[in-house]
Design a protein around this ligand. Structure first.
Ligand code: MN
Length: 248
């Protein structure tokens, strides 16, 4: 299975999670929330195959840590994946939105100048702002909108702009989430958990819980979850083959 947005370094016991991943053999994109965490997380996953690490600066941290964007840009040469980046327009983070926009724009400019990257993007309460920036930086790479929660109009615009989507179990538990997923192009969908920030029964979701997302998508598509899993594996292969920066 594929968990394309998981905060591996933020679990209470990351080593236990990684030991489990070595047995379960899932493909995981370990997103990070600061550039320094990218270095630490690379060391952490060094002995776990099929885990890749994305270089990030989480929009919720930009208010206090915006100066770290320079560090992120300096590390970009060695990063094929970038995330978690983006904008958060929800009430606790609205005050830093202008700063967030500057930082996000700076990161996308840097990605464009390096020939593009695979991007895992947060857009809660700010889908239009995120799409404005993606549109303004057409060479930034392949944007993957994680846990997209905008409107159908915003989704249609994201599709026109070439965005991909990573879909997790929580999206499939709401009527709105399900109708958004139903509208997404089937060849641009990946799965995710966003663990450990998503929980079930008090326990953080782990990459194996992507199975819940597969079951939910299978219901929507009228397919078996095994077929959906194979389809999404094919999507990931297409993504990494298409990506221009695959020499890294
Ligand atoms: Mn996240």
């Amino acid at each position: 299975m594929i968990d394309f947005h998981c905060h591996v370094d933020l679990y209470p016991d990351p080593d236990a999670l990684l030991a489990r991943l070595r047995v379960e053999r899932h493909y995981v994109l370990a997103v990070t929330t600061t550039p320094r965490a990218w270095e630490g997380t690379q060391a952490l996953v060094a002995h776990t195959p099929r885990v890749r690490v994305a270089l990030g600066l989480h929009p919720e941290l930009v208010g206090e840590r915006h100066q770290e964007v320079e560090l992120l840009c300096a590390m970009l040469d060695n990063a094929r994946y970038v995330g978690e980046i983006g904008l958060d327009g929800s009430p606790p983070h609205r005050a830093s939105l202008e700063r967030q926009r500057e930082v996000f724009s700076r990161i996308l400019t840097a990605c464009s100048s390096k020939g593009g990257r695979i991007l895992s993007i947060h857009s809660r309460g700010a889908a239009t702002g995120v799409l404005d920036e993606i549109e303004a930086h057409p060479g930034c790479g392949i944007p993957i909108l994680h846990w997209f929660s905008g409107t159908e109009r915003e989704l249609d615009r994201a599709i026109r702009l070439g965005c991909w989507f990573s879909v997790g179990p929580p999206m499939l538990t709401t009527t709105k989430g399900r109708s958004l997923v139903m509208r997404m192009p089937r060849n641009r969908i990946l799965t995710e958990t966003d663990g450990p920030f998503t929980r079930r029964g008090g326990e953080p979701l782990a990459p194996a819980d992507v199975s819940d997302a597969l079951n939910g998508i299978a219901q929507l598509w009228g397919n078996s979850s095994g077929k959906v899993e194979a389809h999404i594996a094919g999507n990931l292969r297409a993504l990494v083959t298409r990506d221009a920066s695959n020499h890294i």
